[in-house]
Write a protein that binds this ligand. Structure first.
Ligand code: UP5
Ligand code: MG
Length: 190
């Protein structure tokens, strides 16, 4: 089995910062496979998994699901794909996530995108999204912001120190944000 080692880009940013929106555009233009950790966890709830109730309660509280569960889902999705270019969206959310993924897969990201966006704008977007997510209510949204600041920003800073961080102003129009992403992905077309 000579399967090529996967190339991974982590996509981070506060709740509602446009991770999913921009990942879709990158998929269309640059041939990546999009793995949203949140989407994988929500699918796991709906599949009737033994972890379903635990995952559902964790998401409702805006907290972070244990790394073993999330890393397993990501690894399964990567192994089941023919692609070798992955956008991992919304992960790693804390230091434990980051270390577990690296230990289990042996993969370090090519780089890490971080969508920077003020909280008032994020709140407005999430309140207006209306897709029936159990965590899109003002109570849970505030908890998600707090967890993001306490647990995820340290991971962002870790990659900044490693000079792997690509900080993008996420408060602009969708097309403007995508324009800043394009140059980062051009090397992957070769
Ligand atoms: N929108 C997008 N871009 C816009 C722009 N430039 N201008 C104006 N509007 C814009 O966008 C959100 C909304 O804003 C949409 O309506 C969009 O049209 C609009 P979206 O692209 O969906 O933003 P995204 O960053 O993907 O927001 P999301 O809510 O998905 O982010 P979260 O990080 O909160 O959610 P996620 O699904 O990653 O995680 C959910 C929960 O799962 C977590 O809180 C946690 O409990 C759990 N989780 C884990 O435990 N571990 C994990 O590894 C991952 C998740
Ligand atoms: Mg998302």
């Amino acid at each position: 089995n000579v399967k090529r080692k996967a190339r991974v880009v982590f996509v981070l940013g506060g709740p509602g910062s446009g991770k999913g929106t921009q990942c879709e555009k990158i998929v269309e233009n640059f041939g990546f496979t999009h793995l949203s950790a949140g989407d994988l966890l929500r699918a796991e709830i709906n599949s009737g998994s033994q972890y379903g109730v635990m995952i559902q309660n964790t998401i409702k509280e805006g907290k972070i699901v244990p790394s073993e569960v999330t890393v397993h889902l990501l690894q399964k999705a990567m192994n089941g794909s023919d692609n070798d270019k992955f956008l991992i969206d919304g992960f790693p959310r804390n230091e434990e996530n980051r270390a577990a993924f690296e230990a289990v897969t042996g993969i370090e990201p090519e780089f890490v995108i971080f969508f920077d966006c003020p909280q008032e704008e994020l709140e407005k977007r999430l309140i207006n999204r209306n897709q029936g997510r159990v965590d899109d209510n003002i109570d849970t949204i505030r908890k998600r912001f707090k967890v993001f600041e306490e647990s995820t920003l340290p991971v962002v800073q870790y990659y900044e120190r490693k000079q792997k961080l690509q900080k993008i102003n996420g408060a602009r129009e969708k097309e403007e944000v995508f324009k800043s992403l394009k140059p980062l992905f051009l090397p992957f077309l070769e």
